[in-house]
Write a protein of this length. Structure first.
Length: 510
């Protein structure tokens, strides 16, 4: 037991230090992941609102006699007796039903009834926008002037009937703006626990903190795996290349060694006195936090992203020879024979064949299932796109058609460091004056991009790409990337360290 405890202490300590340092090296990437988790958790704890059901009932003469308004769980039924409405003609009675929330018209439709149809139902969900619903009103209007004179309008205050979000929805929503600070704090905590284990400082306290951090990350990876959420956030690139399932299994295995430490912490003896241990850990804490703040302000010291300097973009976007470009699927179809008998047909995507073959007269019924026999190879860079505003054309081929280009990346224009735009405009102007192509990518909407461009008098147009991919190109907003020899990334600059054009031109001419 003593050997297992000591072995676990060293193993877990080293792993925690490495994992923490990787995250401290890229606090922006880890903040993306935490921000996405907070957004998902907040949504999961939001209240599910009821729906309103509007029911128009008809009497024996096919006249509208009653309007009922109630929620799906009958929390506030309301019955409006309309009296006898005059018939429009001898065959049917109809009326327009318009539903409004405040000044917003939800729909305007026609309901009708005859001797064979005594009621009609319309359903509308009250969970609209920011849920700031106060009044729900509707008009019931007959189709001719006689019936129109009997029109009625009713309003219902819905504010007291909207369900409130859970307490945790507000908590996670509150935490979202602090994702970067929490990313640095969590990463520091992970690394400092690793150092504490290695030097044996306060073994009982260290073991408790170890369990809390381990449980935190185990829960996150379990949640991502089970609910298929936050699976790809552009967080760590090649640094931690594991999917949620692999990360969860890794944490479960790690939990065995964590258990040895927790139950055997009394066997861990400190290497130094407690005062010296405190001084050592304090010094390490200052150095690690300073290192992480540096990486946050500029760029990661060690770049693990798929667009790092020296990367050949074209090679990383291509499926290697011998790898599968499309998944191998076997799809089960159900067909019906002329005699009514149903039969299963298997379609093999690799063989492009049906078994058994479909014969004349057989009728397709449904798709019964699909099995993926082998996944397709996914290149490291698989979502690098340059869409136009309508997202109908991808200009990626145009991007690679020139030998040298500069790419400005602004994944979210609302969070762009606007103080760097003056230098960026100067670079773009001189670069294009030299006959070279300047590109700009954003994940914001075309409307936001156009307004932003006019507000800051930008001298370049925006193209549009995937938000996750743009976060993976460079950890800066904006960030500037130089590509030479058609596909080779040679330099990247954050908004806080944009160079003068003379330096850019010198690198381009090398």
């Amino acid at each position: 037991m003593k050997f297992l405890t000591q072995f676990s202490r060293i193993l877990v300590g080293i792993l925690f230090i490495l994992s923490g340092l990787i995250k401290l090296n890229d606090p922006t990437g880890f903040s993306y992941k935490l921000d996405e988790y907070f957004a998902v958790f907040s949504q999961d704890f939001e209240a599910t609102q009821d729906s309103l059901i509007i029911s128009a009932n008809f009497n024996e003469e096919s006249f509208i006699s009653q309007i009922e308004v109630f929620t799906s769980d009958n929390t506030f039924p309301l019955i409006l007796n309309m009296g006898n409405w005059e018939a429009v003609n001898d065959s049917a009675n109809s009326a327009n039903l318009g539903l409004n929330v405040g000044t917003t018209n939800i729909f305007d439709t026609q309901i009708s009834g005859d001797s064979n149809a005594r009621a009609a139902q319309l359903k509308v969900n009250v969970s609209l926008g920011d849920k700031s619903i106060s009044d729900f009103s509707f008009d019931l209007l007959g189709p001719d002037s006689t019936a129109r004179s009997q029109s009625q309008e009713r309003s219902i205050n819905l504010s007291s009937h909207l369900k409130q979000d859970g307490f945790l929805a507000g908590v996670f929503g509150f935490l979202q703006p602090y994702s970067t600070a929490l990313a640095i704090f969590t990463s520091w905590g992970e690394a400092i626990i690793g150092f504490a284990l290695l030097i044996g400082w306060q073994s009982g306290f260290s073991a408790l903190m170890l369990f809390i951090v381990w449980a935190f990350f185990t829960f996150l990876t379990w949640y991502s795996w089970i609910y298929n959420k936050v699976t790809d956030c552009g967080c760590f690139g090649d640094a931690l290349p594991m999917n949620p399932y692999e990360s969860f299994i890794k944490n479960i295995v790690l939990g065995v060694f964590v258990a040895f430490i927790i139950f055997g912490y009394k066997r861990i003896k400190p290497l130094f006195s407690n005062p010296f241990g405190v001084k050592l850990l304090t010094t390490l804490s200052i150095l690690m936090i300073a290192f992480s703040l540096y990486c946050r302000h500029y760029l990661p010291v060690v770049d693990f992203l798929h667009y790092k300097e020296g990367t050949n973009l074209c090679e990383n976007m291509t499926v290697p020879e011998g790898e599968r470009s499309a998944p191998w699927k076997v799809t089960t179809y159900i067909y019906s024979k002329p005699n009514g008998e149903r039969i299963e047909i298997l379609y093999d995507s690799d063989q492009n064949s049906f078994s058994p073959n479909i014969e004349a007269g057989w009728t397709f019924v449904e798709v019964a299932g699909e099995e993926i026999k082998e996944e397709a190879y996914e290149p490291p860079i698989h979502d690098f796109k340059f869409y136009n505003a309508e997202k109908t054309n991808d200009y990626i081929d145009d991007f690679f058609s020139s030998d040298q280009k500069l790419l400005a990346v602004m994944y979210d224009l609302k969070q762009t460091n606007t103080s760097s735009l003056k230098r960026l405009k100067e670079i773009a102007k001189k670069w294009e004056a030299d006959g070279k192509v300047f590109w700009a990518l954003t994940a914001s909407s075309p409307e936001e991009a156009e307004a932003f461009r006019h507000e800051h008098q930008l001298n370049f147009e925006f193209h549009f790409g995937d938000n996750t991919n743009l976060k993976s190109i460079i950890r800066s907003n904006p960030g500037l990337v130089m590509v030479k020899d058609t596909c080779l990334v040679v330099r990247s600059w954050p908004s806080t360290r944009l160079p003068k054009y003379k330096k850019i031109a010198k690198i381009a001419d090398k």
